[in-house]
Design a binder for this molecule. Structure first.
Ligand code: NDP
Length: 444
């Protein structure tokens, strides 16, 4: 790393010493952009202006649970960067949410959104509220309470949130409804809405499907190959995981293992993804119940068991840092040759280095899972134009966007003499777009 980047890293390691996820993401970014840093970037201090968020909003949310107890949660919205358009990124509701996690997600989102080629800035938000096990009444009250503060900071032209872990079209609907009640403005301030409330067809499927379109292009480019006959493991059986599994099967692969927080289910002959989808439609149901529809499958009470399953392709689609060096060694030993991040930063840094050393093809999340935000961009377009695309129209546009992202970052990786390093290609490609916009817009 050159002196400019190294000095910045040292400065931020001191400044945000306790924000481990944010620093992890920052280190990866700085390590991969060195070769594209020009003297003018240093002079204009472009990198530091990309590291620091435009605005960080933290607030308290209080609501009454079903036992009439007053519950208190922390909530965040980080408006990271608006160089390319309105702040855009999901809201995450899960107990592990903290400032470091939302900061890393917002930082990554800015680069991801730049790769889509759509006019979208980057943001992220969330709360340590856990919707699992809560009644509908509790979820409505929490979402409405959160919105009594958040509504002041968002609008269809300023900051457009969506879903993420723990936030499906249900929670989006409750927040969107309250936003309209408070502001009287019925614009498309959220994406990921249910189509009955103006959401886009195909948004729910977009991240998982987009991941498969990206991987299909990778298989084709690097190996002149397809999904047909491949054995795949998918961690996480939420929005991203289930739809990635569904598309992979439609493209001819066998999904042989899937997990959730409670455990892992394996069937060497392929799982019934439709049955799994029905089951996990209810977020309070556990994957173990799948045994009732497929008694030939095996359940393990440890979700990490998934990384021991022999496979060709692995799709980590659950959460950050779910795949460590130990898991990476198991995957490589068992012949896995491609890992694609459906989740944001699911692969720990040491695991990623191990994959690189062992020639495992790697699809970085900020490119491979950009299908969700791309379809959100399409939802914003439809809302503004007061029309709906068909499912097929959305899917066709999504496929074109994902293939274009692959091509752009692959060409960039080749240009920087690292044709197999798509992480480097993605980071450099996004950095160049953002740096050009920053230069163009002056010192702001
Ligand atoms: P969901 O809440 O819909 O699903 C998350 C899934 O992961 C659930 O099945 C959950 O289990 C499981 N899970 C969580 N932690 C673990 C763990 N430690 N081990 C095993 N399984 C675990 O979230 P999404 O699918 O929306 O998001 C998943 C990831 O994808 C996140 O990193 C998110 O940021 C990223 N992403 C999401 C996008 C989207 O459009 N939704 C867009 C781009 C990225 P359980 O069912 O038991 O709760």
């Amino acid at each position: 790393m050159n002196k400019y980047l190294n000095d910045l890293l040292i400065k931020y390691e001191k400044k945000y010493a306790h924000e481990t996820e944010f620093l992890q993401s920052l280190r990866k970014m700085l390590a991969s952009i060195e070769e594209c840093i020009l003297p003018k970037h240093e002079k204009l201090n472009i990198v530091e202006r990309l590291i620091e968020a435009d605005k960080v909003i933290t607030f308290r949310v209080s609501y009454l649970n079903d036992k009439n107890e007053v519950c208190v949660h922390n909530a965040y919205r980080i408006q990271h960067n608006a160089l390319l358009g309105p702040y855009k990124g999901g809201m995450r509701f899960t107990p592990s949410v903290n400032l470091s996690i939302i900061k890393f997600l917002a930082f990554e989102q800015t680069f991801k959104n730049a790769l889509t080629g759509l006019p979208l800035g980057g943001g992220k938000g969330g709360s340590d509220f856990d919707p699992r096990g809560k009644s509908d009444g509790e979820i409505i009250r929490f979402c409405q309470a959160l919105m009594t503060t958040l509504y002041q900071h968002i609008s269809q032209f300023l900051d457009v949130p969506a879903g993420d872990i723990g936030v499906s079209d249900k929670e989006v609907g409750y927040m969107y409804g309250m936003y309209k009640k408070l502001t009287g403005e019925p614009g498309g301030v959220f994406t990921g809405k249910n189509p009955v409330s103006g959401g886009s067809l195909g948004r729910k499927e977009a991240t998982g499907y987009g991941l498969c379109f990206f991987v299909e292009k990778m298989l084709n480019t690097y190996r002149n190959d397809t999904f047909i006959g491949k054995k795949i493991i998918v961690s996480g059986s939420g929005n991203v995981g289930i739809h990635a599994a569904e598309k992979a099967v439609r493209l001819g692969a066998k999904v042989i293992a899937v997990n959730d927080i409670s455990g892992c289910i394996v069937n060497e002959n392929g799982l019934d993804i439709e049955a799994l989808k029905q089951l996990k439609n209810d977020r309070n149901r556990q994957i173990k119940d799948y045994l009732k529809v497929d008694s030939k499958s095996t359940f393990y009470a440890d979700p990490k068991q998934i990384w021991t399953v022999k496979c060709d392709l692995a799709f980590p689609c659950a959460t950050q840092n779910e795949l460590n060096l130990y898991d990476a060694k198991l995957l490589v030993k068992n012949g896995c040759f491609l890992v694609a991040e459906g989740a944001n930063m699911p692969v720990e840094s040491e695991a990623l280095e191990y994959f690189k050393l062992h020639d495992v093809l790697f699809a970085p999340g900020k490119a491979a899972n950009a299908g969700g935000v791309a379809a959100s961009g399409l939802e914003m377009t439809q809302n503004s134009m007061r029309l709906f695309y068909t499912f097929e129209e959305v899917e066709t546009k999504l496929k074109a966007i994902m293939e274009n992202i692959f091509t752009e970052i692959y060409e960039t990786a080749k240009k920087f003499k690292a044709p197999f390093d798509l992480q480097k290609g993605a980071n450099i490609c996004a950095f160049i777009k953002l740096a050009e916009a920053m230069e163009n817009q002056g010192i702001i």
